[in-house]
Design a protein around this ligand. Sequence first.
Ligand code: ADP
Ligand code: MG
Length: 243
Amino acid sequence: MNLDVSNVKKSFGGVKALDKCSLSVEQGKITAIIGPNGSGKTTLFNVISRLLPVDTGKLVFGTEEITLLDDYQVSRLGISRTFQDVRLFENLTIRDHIEIALLNTDESLLKSMFRPQRVVVKRVKEILSLVGLNKPLSTFATDLSYGQRKLLDLAIAIAKPHSLLMLDEPVAGVNPVLRERIKEIIKTLHKRGETILVIEHDMNFVMDLAQHIIVMDAGSVIAQGKPRDIQNNKQVLDAYLGE
Ligand code: ADP
Ligand code: MG
């Protein structure tokens, strides 16, 4: 489903984290948000997923205005996200994490009571195989490496019933091999018809990944377009060089 952000403002004290921020995410595309550190990318995700209220502005997902909804309502409408700082339950296993994600809605929780365990386990394994997390299902989150935690966070976001997947710096701090693998996972999801909004600090990473690139600086969108248009945009280069 399409997502439309119109004129959103969000300040923290004197800091304008989002300043008249407007953008659209088109169904079926990979849209990337790039921009220097502190340009408001994560704050944008936080207001979309309703972890933070907006000061002013409007958010519309599909046909529904979500500006004033609660975070769980937005999640049930089908917006699923990962966190830049991966958030896991240390004393839960890989399987626990994915099962909880799969049962994200009341309705599916009810259905799951009548769903055989082997069906659930099969689905958990499918998702883990998609992200390439090759660890026993009984592994505790606390026993995972940094890269494996990133993959589990991605698997959780995929497992939640959704129609928009938002990824906040899915490759930050991971090694080059895993970086490429995560890029391929995102491409696979896109081929399956998913709508994806991905934040990435590194411009090069999104160049052959996204169909549409949105550039943020100081809380606003300063440029957007196809990757090749963005690559040569002077304002974009200035924002990065001035960092
Ligand atoms: P980005 O993800 O692009 O690096 P952020 O959205 O995290 O940027 O931050 C944008 C600005 O808002 C920064 O100046 C940051 O310090 C500030 N900020 C973000 N979240 C908070 C918060 N919860 N409280 C106070 N300031 C915040
Ligand atoms: Mg951020």
